[in-house]
Design a protein around this ligand. Structure first.
Ligand code: 6R9
Length: 651
């Protein structure tokens, strides 16, 4: 496995610790250390106690049925996710509490109380039902960060339909692939979305995707208006506002779902093949999301929660929608870029709404560092009491900057390690209990049993690198890969029997703190977004000029990793700037802007083993300027020297 030795050595020298203040500890939801031991002794008891924070129509009878690698949680229980996120607050004491404070990029705002959110979700649920959506049907959602996005998700959940949200930054081809795999009945999209003053043509992208993979109905939210210049297809396309206007104002009866019924699909990249549709359940997923809000994020009724992730990724699913809303929290949702129109937009938002908990990504923090501390300093951020990060390891410098310039040196920082597949935070400090160390996600949360093991599945003990594993099932774990259980077994349980393999390397220090070392496979993490090498490579190879392509992630100051593509071209092709631009555009068109290669290196040949496998490790070494490791398995060692020279030239 490729444990990044450079990263390891920088991290290992980090030994500053930040214990929770007495003040924070005293007010924390979780402040008794014994919870860790209790949960470890009887995880089922711990999780069943946590599940009771949800409202169940019918109580569960059995906590867990584990037939590796399949887990079922809270059997016999019936509940509805939308009811838990909306109705139970709207029909209770939080009726007039702000559920969603939304700010559009151009500066327009919308505030929905729990009661107002309930009405919108119910109108949308009535509308979807009229379009023929039934329990178990798939509804794909391709929307920008506007209130209709969570409303559409919750409306689907209320019916018992399965939503599949596709990030609005994805191209029409990526959307098409996801529509086809999910076999969706309905697609909900918008005329367009705002991004740094420009427009993303969502409806036009959708139309393109639908040529190959039609759906029965397309619902279109008007976001940008006339300027989008869209066309509506008769008998297929209908405007969201017109559809909802026809809905009755009566409450929509939530569908009582089995705990194990599917709540949603979310596609994520792997090393090979097409993206995997990660399947999440209703009862277990919601229990995990809700528990982590109370434990890791110490959420209180008085909090104003701002998560900067896009709902198109899992962080937005769990921490903009299901976690905070199930906990009855006020959620701040922002549509646009952090530097639009100015570089202090986030700090403005925090000051304006009195945000108390901020959850963001290391890549953004590094960007803020570059922009300078004057931006946060110009705003009153004194309402903040807790900070969180997710998506990739946070380097200690960024951690310290966040701590000093955003957290005033007093807010605890929770670095949360988790994945699309895990559903919610798995390794993270409980901020009232665990002293933090910059760069470490600390330890597993109560009820989660992790280890770091070697090739044979043996624990490596302290101070050694190895595979991170999760040894016992947990409520919010993925249930399978949509329509591909074999892939589920292979990818996550193929290496160690009955033990979940996340695909990350880690090591545990002498204090028992976990340091994540990055992926052990070829998945690239650009600004916290997982991008499969295979997807980028096949996009490149689809170009007529390209013979072969190998894509790697190399260290990047701001993005964490950047994509470098090594490309060999067909005979007679000129490798010029024009071709570079062309190839980059091809990737953007086929996948989306976040997958755009930072650089394209034309190579006469790619380094391959004698069994014709591309040696990505070597390419990474070249791109990161490291001394090359073992090259003895190379079929033709001279290829590497040529490549090194070419890489230097291209820089
Ligand atoms: C939530 C999310 C998952 C992968 C994961 C790991 C990396 C996420 C991290 C982290 C170090 C953290 N990752 N959080 N690495 N420290 N706090 O990001 O899900 O998009 O599925 O990515 O991201 O490599 O395996 P997802």
């Amino acid at each position: 496995m490729s444990v990044d030795s450079q990263k390891l050595s920088t991290l290992m020298h980090e030994n500053r610790t930040f214990p929770p203040s007495d003040e924070f500890r005293a007010q924390a939801n979780f402040n008794d250390e014994r919870i860790y031991e209790q949960a470890a002794q009887d995880p089922e008891a711990y999780w069943s106690e946590q599940a009771l924070h949800l409202s169940w129509f019918k109580p569960f009878e059995n906590v867990l049925k584990w037939t590796p690698p399949h887990a079922k949680w809270f059997l016999g229980g019936k509940l509805n996710a939308a009811y838990n996120c909306v109705d139970r607050h709207a029909f209770g004491p939080r009726k007039n509490k702000a559920a969603l404070i939304w700010e559009g990029e151009p500066g327009d705002t919308r505030v929905l109380t729990y009661d107002m959110l309930r009405r919108e979700v119910d109108k949308a649920a009535h509308a979807l039902k009229r379009l023929g959506v039934q329990k178990g049907d798939r509804v794909s959602i391709y929307l920008p960060m506007i209130p209709e996005l969570p409303i559409a998700m919750l409306a689907a959940a209320k019916i018992g339909a399965i939503h599949s949200v596709v990030f609005a930054g994805f191209s029409s081809q990526s959307l098409q692939q996801r529509l086809e795999d999910a076999k969706s009945k309905v697609l909900i999209t918008a005329d367009g979305g705002w991004r740094r003053g420009g427009i993303t043509p969502l409806k036009a992208n959708a139309d393109e995707a639908l040529v190959q993979t039609p759906v029965e109905k397309v619902v279109v939210v008007q976001r940008v208006g006339e300027v989008a210049g869209i066309t509506m297809q008769e008998n297929r396309d209908v405007y969201w506002h017109e559809l909802l206007a026809e809905s009755p104002t009566t409450p929509f009866e939530p569908e009582p779902m089995d705990s194990e019924d599917v709540l949603y699909l979310l596609y994520t990249s792997g090393t090979t093949g097409k993206p995997k549709g990660i399947v999440h359940s209703t009862g277990g997923y919601l229990t995990g999301a809700n528990t982590s809000m109370r434990s890791v994020f110490d959420i209180k009724d008085s909090d104003v929660w701002f998560c900067t992730a896009d709902i198109g990724w899992v962080t937005g699913h769990t921490y903009l929608v299901y976690g905070p809303l199930s906990a009855g929290t006020t959620v701040v949702m922002y549509e646009g870029g952090p530097d639009y129109p100015t570089r202090d937009r986030y700090w403005q938002i925090i000051e304006k709404y009195g945000v108390t908990v901020l959850y963001t990504a290391p890549t953004l923090i590094r960007t803020f560092m570059k922009w300078g501390e004057s931006h946060p300093a110009a705003h009153d951020l004194s309402t903040l009491r807790l900070l969180g990060t997710v998506g990739e390891p946070i380097n200690p410098e960024a951690w310290m900057w966040f701590h000093q310039h955003v957290g005033r040196g007093t807010c605890p920082i929770v670095d949360t390690w988790w994945q699309t597949e895990t559903g919610c935070a798995m390794i993270a400090p409980l901020p009232g209990i665990v002293p933090t160390k910059p760069g470490s996600a600390t330890r597993a949360v109560p009820g989660i049993d992790i280890d770091v093991v070697d090739e044979n599945g043996e624990s490596v003990g302290f101070e050694n690198g190895g595979y991170l594993v999760i040894k016992k099932p947990w409520p919010s774990m993925l249930r399978t890969v949509w329509q591909d259980d074999a892939r589920y077994r292979d990818t996550y349980f193929g290496k160690f029997e009955g033990v979940y393999l996340p695909g990350d390397g880690a090591h545990v220090d002498a204090d028992g703190y976990v340091w994540i070392l990055g992926r052990i496979d070829d998945v690239i993490n650009v600004s916290g977004h997982r991008i499969g090498t295979a997807e980028v490579e096949s996009a490149l190879v689809a170009h007529p000029a390209v013979a072969e392509a190998a894509v790697i992630g190399r260290a990047h100051d701001v993005k964490g990793q950047a994509i470098t593509a090594f490309v060999t071209v067909r005979d007679g092709i000129t490798t010029d700037e024009q071709l570079v631009a062309d190839l980059k555009r091809t990737v953007v068109e086929q996948i989306g802007a976040m997958a755009r290669p930072e650089e394209i290196i034309f190579a006469a040949e790619l380094p391959k083993t004698r069994s014709a496998k591309i040696m990505r490790r070597l390419l990474r070494d070249i791109a990161e300027g490291r001394v090359l490791g073992d090259t003895t398995t190379l079929a033709d060692p001279s290829v590497v020297d040529t490549l090194k020279a070419q890489y230097k030239d291209a820089e």
